[in-house]
Structure formats: C-alpha cells, structure tokens
Write a protein of this length. Structure first.
Length: 267
C-alpha cells in the first residue's frame, strides 16, 4: 500500500530531480514550465496541480509507486491502484503470463515482482532449482535468495563470483533509481551471504571463446548448462503491481545447453 510521507511534495520532487541529476531549468523546459515555478514548488511556496505533479513525475521517471506518494504529499488521492497478482481482476494477465512461460519451455523463465519474489515459473526453472534447500522453497520464493544462498543454487554455479557480482550490481542500480526499503532489505541480506566453500571461482571468460554476454554456468545432472538472461517489463502499466513485474527468460548460451534442455524437459 502507498502511505503518506512526512516530507512535502516539493522536497520529494527536489529529491527525485537531484537523483536524476537534472537542473531546475532543464526540468522546467521539459515540463513546459518555468524554473521560477519549479523553484516555488520545491520550496513549498506554490502547490502544484495534480496535472503538474504527474507531468513532473513523468519527466523525472518516477516509479509508479512513488507517483502515488507524490500525489498524497501534494494533497491528492493516489491515482494508481495496487492489486495482488492473485486478485480476480488480474485473471487475464495471470493466464497470459502462464501461457507465455509454458510456451517458452524447455528454456527456463519466471515472473518476479519488485523485490524478486517469484510470481510464476515454468518447468525449466524448477529443473534448475533441484537440490535447493527446502526452507528456501517456502513461499514466497525469492529469486535472489534462492540463487545466492549457500544452500541454494550458489554451490552449483561454476562462475558464481561473476554471476553474484552481476546480480548485486543489478540490485544496486535499481536502488540508485528508486526508494524501496523492501528491496534494500533483500539486498543487504543476500549481499551478506558467505561465498560457497568450494567452487564458484571459474570464469566465463576462461573458455575457448569469449561469450557474447555473461552467462550463468550451472551444474545439473553431471553437465554444465550455460545461460544468458533477458528481462522484460510491461509497457504503459496503470497498476503499481504490474509496473513492478519483470519476466526473466534464460537463453542457452551454447548448443550443448540447448540440446541438453530438450532431453531434460520433455513435452
């Protein structure tokens, strides 16, 4: 739920402008306003209209959850709803995501929310999680926790140090662009996990050829499977939950992995 903040809308907008490294003049030009008016809003001398709040939020690329916080701070009602993926009104979206994940098999794919909690996954993901400690599989599953925990996938990831650095850097970039105490808590937890006692030191760059993207190299059934990942989000979301959903798909990084998946996951 979006809650009111003690900070005024001007202070919040100034914070987002500073975070985006945009001057008052540049923001004014983008929003078809004046630097004087932007200054008055930020210092509390002028109360922006709802339209102006949304316009500034758009040019500052403020996440949808935080746009509701801006509206509340300016004295307006939140504009964007936040519904659970399990809400009946989300039925069509949920069914569409499940069809997408199933259609992607045998390649792994999953849907996560803004704190990396798994909302849906296909059989390819289930295959990769074999051997993960049972306590990590108690809902809500968290993809970062499962991947980086010493009792999760970490011991089987051959280039774990590289993959861990990639994931932590990804979370760090997200935190630099948005305020999310929940995501910050996940980051602090998983970044403090100890490294596996054995393995995880192999480099993806040590092979016979340079990979075209950093792969995740993971042991499974006596083989090493190699994947690169892509992340997709929804265009023009009008719901906070949907705005934070991400679909991650894993593509085989070599022909051997593609062939192995066809054998491991049958229709």
């Amino acid at each position: 739920m979006t809650t009111a903040t003690s900070a005024g809308v001007g202070e919040l907008l100034r914070g987002w402008r500073t975070r985006r490294r945009i001057s008052q003049l540049e923001l004014a030009l983008r929003a078809d306003s004046s630097s004087r008016h932007i200054s008055f809003i930020e210092t509390g001398r002028s109360r922006p209209s709802q339209e102006m709040v949304l316009r500034l939020a758009d040019h500052l690329e403020v996440p949808m959850r935080e746009r509701n916080a801006l509206l509340l701070a300016a004295g307006y009602a939140p504009l964007y709803p936040e519904r659970s993926v399990d809400d009946p009104s989300m039925g069509t979206l949920r069914e569409g995501m499940e069809r997408l994940l199933t259609g992607y098999e045998p390649y792994p794919a999953l849907v996560m929310n803004g704190t990396y909690e798994v909302q849906a996954a296909n059989r390819g993901i289930a295959m990769l999680m074999e051997g993960v400690a049972r306590h990590l599989l108690v809902p809500p599953l968290n993809a970062m926790r499962i991947t980086l925990h010493p009792e999760g996938m970490a011991p089987r990831i051959r280039n774990f140090r590289e993959w861990r650095a990639h994931l932590l850097d990804q979370m760090d970039r997200q935190l630099s662009l948005m305020r999310s105490p929940a995501l910050r808590a996940v980051y602090e937890e998983v970044s403090a996990y100890p490294l596996p006692e054995s393995g995880g030191r192999e480099s993806a760059m040590a092979g016979s050829h340079t990979p075209f993207a950093l792969p995740m190299m993971i042991e499974h059934g006596g083989r090493v499977l190699s994947f690169i990942s892509t992340i997709a989000t929804f265009n023009t979301p009008m719901d906070v939950t949907v705005s934070e959903l991400a679909i991650e798909t894993f593509i085989p990084a070599d022909r051997e992995t593609a062939a192995a998946l066809g054998e491991l996951i049958t229709p």
